[in-house]
Design a protein around this ligand. Structure first.
Ligand code: BTN
Length: 257
């Protein structure tokens, strides 16, 4: 059981998580917050579900997470147009928030994988799915969905990338309330940097990405591109050095050759 009072005591934010919705079971926390019919109109609202029946990952993949073991939650951002010009950097802020929280609380070394996975010992412990919806031609609603493998002790089935959890890497269970509060505290901090200091986010992100300079391939559907992971641009896109020059990559799965 998630102890909301304990979580609340550790939450140190102005708006992220101040409206907190705890749900036992739902299809997907992202779907819930994206759906205007649910009438959630407070920016910073966080929805945490103990179980998702249709948890979604990037590229229509399924996000599997054992009931009550992990953190599967979404954060709603509303009409914050200074942020919405930088959707990739919102993604980066979320992955930085998770990585920093894991390092600070448990002294586990983390690594970031473009565009937004958090790895421990080369295995995936967190995935992020950012989705948005528009009124007219303007994005007015952004949902940042975060799945962190926290206390799950084993993973069965086929995964696009080998999974792990904090518990597996640390050798003990951890307190989800403290971790969620720390992630939200950090997320609000990184978000506050986006409007005026985009390079702060990209610099921090690059420091945690160990693939830069490596030979990689990027897979997008059937298309595979080879090259060197040259850099990340100011907006968080991957710059791939190929024989024809630098190519900006906006979407895809990255692997080391
Ligand atoms: C990925 O790595 O492909 C992204 C996974 C994102 C999973 C989270 S869990 C909470 C939120 N609700 C969803 O349906 N998906 C995200």
């Amino acid at each position: 059981m998630f102890d909301i009072e304990n979580f609340d005591l550790k939450l140190n934010t102005e708006f992220i998580g101040r409206n907190f919705i705890y749900i036992e079971e739902i299809d997907s926390t992202n779907t819930f917050l994206l759906d205007r019919q649910n009438k959630i109109e407070i920016s910073g609202t966080v929805v945490l579900a103990e179980k998702q029946t249709k948890g979604r990952g990037r590229k229509d993949r399924v996000w599997y997470s054992t009931k009550e073991q992990n953190l599967t939650f979404s954060i709603l951002l509303l009409k914050d147009y200074r942020l919405f010009n930088h959707l990739n950097l919102i993604n980066f802020s979320a992955s930085l928030a998770v990585a920093n929280s894991i390092e600070n609380l448990y002294q586990l070394k983390t690594e970031l994988k473009w565009p937004n996975d958090v790895l421990i010992n080369k295995k995936k412990t967190c995935g992020i799915l950012l989705e948005s919806s528009s009124l007219g031609n303007k994005i007015d609603r952004v949902v940042v969905g975060i799945g962190v493998n926290v206390n799950q002790s084993m993973f069965q089935g086929q995964f696009n990338y080998p999974p792990t959890s904090i518990r597996i890497e640390l050798g003990r269970e951890v307190e989800r309330e403290k971790l969620l509060a720390e992630i939200l505290n950090n997320f609000e901090f990184y978000l506050s940097k986006i409007p005026t200091e985009t390079e702060y986010i990209t610099r921090e992100w690059k420091e945690r990405c160990r693939m830069i300079g490596e030979k990689i391939y990027v897979k997008e559907g059937e298309l595979i591109k080879n090259g060197i992971f040259d850099d990340i641009d100011n907006e968080g896109f991957l710059l791939l050095r190929t024989k024809d020059g630098i190519e900006k990559i906006t979407i895809g799965d990255v692997s080391i050759v």
